[in-house]
Design a protein around this ligand. Structure first.
Ligand code: FES
Length: 316
């Protein structure tokens, strides 16, 4: 292990369905993996020649078990390379560099009960949550929404848990969730992770049922927005100019130029990639900045936002 980077050896790469693959990693030096908590993610540094990506994946392994780390990766149809690389080019025995686990979606430890709503691959942080809840005996309930052809894969991941706690839905009917929201005891906290539409609908339902916003928690890993006009990004501290093509995100262009830039969700939701704008006007496409921050034109989320002006000068 060097600095903030980890060397992880792939000890299992197991397809769960045509689109889902589970990877288990051990520390390449044979030691324990670093500590993490339920809801934590790890960034995998994926490289092939000049191509590189740093993609974040929720840890699905039990945080108490430091013999390994596990993630599940969905192969996305419009993959720019990260998920396709992991599915097709990474196999047992390979060593991958990774960042230390970090947690932007922690469990609320004061909660007396936990109600979770996930959609598709959004189940992953909750697998670590559930392992922790089971270990400490905290009551929980999960409503998972997925496509019918992926039901079997997700059901297998949850098969060890009591059927009374796990509700898998293969349609968009929120009636069961509405019922659950209406009858939770005081002290319950509510978490959502998955596609934006599902998270919005679940949150709206909770608010309409009288849940206070302070007990609602969400994690979003979205897809980057569509491309747009080409522009030049001037990375002031690095002293270089980067051409951002119509189909490339600003973040991808910065990384391709070999400049380290913070990021996590790559979907405009987590706030990690916020960068100061020294000159030029951003075209905001994120879900993170508030109206005042947008209007100031002094900040940009590099993963999704672009430029209204031909040049954008950034503090990078
Ligand atoms: S990486 Fe999450 S908002 Fe940009």
């Amino acid at each position: 292990m060097t600095g903030s980077a980890l060397a992880l050896r792939v000890v299992a790469a197991v397809p769960l369905s045509p689109t889902l693959k589970a990877f288990t990693f051990e520390a390449a030096d044979g030691g324990l993996v670093p500590p993490s908590g339920p809801g934590a993610h790890v960034r995998l540094f994926l490289r092939r020649g000049a191509w590189s990506r740093k993609n974040a994946y929720s840890l699905v392994s039990n945080p108490e078990d430091r013999s390994h780390l596990s993630v599940i990766v969905r192969r996305v149809a419009q993959s720019k390379g990260g998920s396709a690389f992991l599915h097709e080019e990474v196999s047992e025995g390979d060593v991958i560099e990774a960042g230390l686990p970090a947690n932007l979606f922690p469990v609320v430890r004061t909660a007396r009960r936990h109600l979770m709503v996930s959609g598709g691959i959004g189940l992953t942080p909750f697998l670590a949550y559930i392992a922790a809840f089971e270990a400490e005996g905290t009551p929980w309930e999960l409503h998972h929404f997925c496509r019918a052809d992926e039901r079997g894969a997700f059901a297998a991941l949850l098969a060890r848990y009591p059927a009374s706690r796990v509700h898998i839905h293969c349609d968009a009917d929120l009636a069961g969730l509405a019922q659950a929201l209406a009858c939770q005891p005081l002290g319950t906290h509510f978490y959502t992770c998955g596609p934006a539409l599902l998270m919005e609908a679940a949150k709206d339902l909770a608010l309409a049922t009288g849940w206070p916003p302070v007990r609602l928690h969400a994690e979003s890993f979205g897809a980057a927005a569509e491309g747009g006009e080409a522009f030049v990004a001037v990375l002031q501290r690095s002293g270089i100019e980067v051409m951002v093509g119509p189909e490339t995100s600003l973040l991808d262009a910065i990384e391709a130029a070999g400049v380290e830039a913070p990021c996590l969700c790559r979907g405009g939701a987590c706030g990690q990639c916020v960068t100061s704008v020294q000159d030029g006007i951003p075209e905001h496409r994120d879900h993170f900045l508030d109206a005042e921050e947008r209007a100031s034109n002094r900040l940009i989320m590099t993963c999704v936002s672009r430029a209204q002006t031909p040049r954008l000068v950034l503090d990078l």
